[in-house]
Design a protein around this ligand. Structure first.
Ligand code: F6R
Length: 245
C-alpha cells in the first residue's frame, strides 16, 4: 500500500508499479489490463510521459478492458472501447487493433453469454494479463462486480447497481441514458492477472478502501479479493487512505 500526498504523485507511483510489473514479466508482447473511469486517468498520462521520455513502449502491448456496457451502439462515445481508444491508445501509443473489449453491443442473453465466453478465451489465448489496472467503486465494486458477486466469478453479464448507475450518470446526458447491464471480467478473472495495481483518490473512496484492505474477505466488498492476490500494489492519496488504521 503506497500512500502519496496528492493524486498526481499517486498516479506517478502507480505508473512505476505498472512499468515494473510489465518489465518483470519476460513475456513479449505483454498484456496490460485496463480500467476505465476517473481513477486511472493520471496513471495513463504518466505512462504517456514515460513513452515520450523513451522509458516505455506500448506499441506491441495488448490492452485488455475490464468491462463494457451492454446495449450501447458500436462507436458510442461512452462505450468503453471508445473511452479506452481516447484515454489509453491515443495517450500511450497502444495499437487500436491490440485493444480487446468485451462485445456488449447485443442485448440478447445468449449472444452476451457467448461474448463473455469468447472474452475469457481471448485472455487465455493471450497468455493471461501481466498487469491489471483497477479502480474501486464507492460501494467496493471491482470492475463491475457489484456487492454480492461470487469471489471466483468469470466474465459474465451483470446488472449495474443503482449506486453505480448514479455515479456514472455524469458521463451520459442523464440517469435514463446509463445502461442497466454490463459485461465484466469476474473477480476470478481479475485475480488471474500476475500483478494488480489499484488506484484510488479522494475521500469518497476512503470507506471502500478501508473495507477492502482491512475488512474481511467477503462478496459484500468485492475489492476485498485484493487481499487474496500475492502481488497487489494499492496506490492511494491521503484522502483515500484516511480510513486505514
Ligand atoms: C471501470 C471499472 C470500475 C471503476 C470504478 C471507479 O472499468 O471497472 O470498477 O474503476 O467504478 O470509478 P472511478 O474511477 O470513475 O471513480
Amino acid at each position: 500500500i503506497l500512500v502519496s500526498p496528492d493524486p498526481e504523485q499517486t498516479a506517478a507511483r502507480a505508473a512505476e508499479a505498472v512499468l515494473a510489473g510489465l518489465d518483470r514479466s519476460s513475456r513479449r508482447p505483454s498484456v496490460l489490463g485496463l480500467a476505465t473511469g476517473s481513477s486511472p486517468l493520471g496513471l495513463y498520462r504518466e505512462l504517456g510521459r514515460a513513452v515520450a521520455a523513451g522509458r516505455a513502449d506500448f506499441s506491441t502491448t495488448h490492452g485488455v478492458a475490464l468491462d463494457e456496457y451492454v446495449g450501447l451502439p458500436p462507436g458510442h462515445p461512452e462505450g468503453y472501447r471508445q473511452v479506452l481508444l481516447r484515454e489509453v491508445c491515443d495517450v500511450v501509443g497502444l495499437a487500436p487493433d491490440r485493444l480487446e473489449v468485451p462485445d456488449g453491443s447485443s442485448t440478447d442473453g445468449a449472444a452476451l453469454e457467448a461474448a463473455a465466453a469468447a472474452y475469457e478465451q481471448r485472455i487465455r489465448d493471450l497468455g493471461g494479463v501481466d498487469v491489471q489496472v483497477l479502480g474501486i467503486g464507492a460501494n467496493g465494486h471491482l470492475g463491475f462486480n457489484e456487492p454480492g458477486s461470487a469471489l471466483t466469478s468469470r466474465t459474465r453479464v451483470k446488472r449495474l447497481s443503482a449506486r453505480t448507475r448514479r455515479d456514472n450518470a455524469r458521463f451520459f446526458r442523464g440517469l435514463d441514458d446509463v445502461p442497466t447491464h454490463c459485461l465484466t471480467q469476474g473477480l476470478g478473472t481479475i485475480l488471474g492477472a500476475r500483478r494488480l495495481v489499484l488506484v484510488a483518490t479522494g475521500d469518497a473512496k476512503a470507506d471502500a478502501v478501508a473495507a477492502a484492505l482491512e475488512g474481511p474477505l467477503t462478496a459484500s466488498v468485492p475489492a476485498s479479493v485484493l487481499q487474496w492476490h500475492a502481488d497487489t500494489v494499492v496506490c492511494l492519496d491521503e484522502a483515500a487512505a484516511a480510513g486505514l488504521r
